[in-house]
Design a protein around this ligand. Structure first.
Ligand code: SF4
Length: 424
């Protein structure tokens, strides 16, 4: 979502006649799109602003903008911390960045828009500067109605708002016309999508039917909104890839309850069983937090047990950090930092072993790969339908092509292979 927001800002600036600069040193305007999900990401803003403050002392004509979740959360306090910020914009006003920049230049004072009532979808689809020539992100919905104790997203992004399906389909049609073979539908809880009588599975069916689209993906899902229709969609829709990112966060029911996740460990595992019944080769990834307040060694082991039971294809694991204004931040952050890091390392090591085994089992198979990256030195890479990365020898002209690759090697993070056939 954050990357897509940056693409939107780059796009609206480009539509106004601005061009990308190679680096901050030579830019007239630097815009920092912030993430507030973790403390570390939020701290990066201050480091970047320090650096830009130093640059601006040398080049006073440099303009600096800050947008996104930290901007929405901290508001004008950012201007107090960093007096050299010229543009401050919240999560719902990205399309206004060029106007605010003009205003700041004209008035010689910071231009601010943190209004959350603005239409976050208002960036014209054609103005989005997609970072990849192959996989385009398309916003399906924004915001979140959940109240997970550790998460700032409901405060920064506001409640759920789903985009009309006609708009989404039209955007996908336009992307296909412009040559994008793959689309990823985005939302904080994308499978909670509902616009009038159109639910998420209906939306998937509509997008899947767009002529010329090769692949369809979506992220991120919440267990509470997984129903039979999602399993059926993953099984039946031709272009929808058999991959699901479904965060579980903790394997301990006490921790899950404290996190206000709205599901138990048993319910999560039941959902996974149901999905695997519908799609036996479904690739699964998840998010997990270690060192949540009060997490005991036994509760941490409950998390490991879920990893062992589900055997995820990939995993995003984080050490807990309190976020301002969240319910969890009121509880003592009592797992020592070193212990959090130890638990994180245990999870990461476990997952690396698991992925190495899973990847090794693919050696000798032929995978369908959509080439999305030129690695250089005569190598390219792409993703399988299950979102596994495959590197192989290939020409730059393969970018955006669907090819068949025989897997000859496997590491924990990627496969390698030999091109056997171009599909199209
Ligand atoms: S579901 Fe929970 S973790 Fe996900 S965005 Fe909403 S509040 Fe945050």
């Amino acid at each position: 979502m954050n990357v897509n927001d940056s693409e939107k800002v780059a796009g609206v600036l480009r539509a106004r006649g601005h061009e990308p600069a190679p680096d901050a040193e030579s830019a007239d305007f630097v815009f920092i799109n912030t993430c507030a999900v973790r403390e570390k990401a939020a701290q990066k803003l201050d480091h970047s602003l320090d650096r830009l403050g130093w640059l601006k002392r040398r080049r006073p004509e440099l303009r600096v903008g800050v947008g996104g979740c930290v901007a929405q959360l901290d508001g004008r306090a950012i201007l107090e911390r960093a007096g050299h910020v010229d543009v401050l914009v919240g999560t719902h006003n990205l399309r206004r960045v060029p106007d605010l920049l003009d205003q700041a230049i004209e008035e010689g004072a910071p231009a601010v828009d943190l209004d959350r009532k603005a239409d976050a979808f208002a960036v014209p689809a054609g103005d989005i500067a997609h970072g990849s020539p192959v996989r385009a992100y398309v916003t399906a919905m924004e915001g979140c109605n959940h109240v997970c104790s550790f998460c700032v997203v409901p405060r920064t992004r506001g409640p759920e708002v789903s985009r009309p399906p006609e708009q989404i389909v039209a955007e996908v049609e336009s992307l296909v016309r412009r040559g994008y073979p793959e689309v990823m539908l985005l939302g904080q809880t994308v499978n909670a999508y509902r616009h009038r009588d159109v639910g998420f599975a209906d939306l998937l069916a509509r997008v899947d039917a767009v002529p010329g689209l090769s692949r369809l993906r979506f992220t991120t899902s919440h267990p509470e909104h997984v129903d039979r229709s999602l399993g059926s969609a993953l099984r039946d829709l031709e272009r929808l890839c058999p991959y699901l990112h479904l965060p579980f966060q903790s394997g301990s029911d006490r921790v899950l309850q404290s996190m206000r996740r709205g599901h138990t460990r048993a319910r999560y595992l039941e959902i996974i069983d149901g999905l695997r019944e519908a799609v036996p080769d479904l690739a699964l990834s998840s998010d997990v937090i270690v060192g949540y307040p009060g997490e005991t060694q036994g509760e941490f082991e409950d998390t490991l047990a879920v990893l062992e039971t589900v055997r995820f294809d990939s995993l995003f694991a984080f050490a807990y950090s309190p976020r301002p204004g969240t319910a969890a931040a009121l509880a003592p952050d009592d797992v020592p930092a070193a212990e959090k890091q130890r638990r994180l390392q245990v999870v990461l090591d476990y997952q690396q072993r698991r992925q190495r085994e899973q990847h090794a089992a693919r050696v000798g198979l032929t995978e369908e790969v959509l080439v999305d990256t030129i690695d250089g030195g005569g190598r390219v890479s792409g993703r399988t339908p299950h979102f596994r990365i495959v590197h192989f020898d290939g020409e730059e002209g393969l970018l955006g092509q669907l090819v068949r690759v025989k897997v000859t090697g496997a590491g924990p993070n990627a496969l390698s292979g030999q091109l056997t056939q171009a599909i199209h």
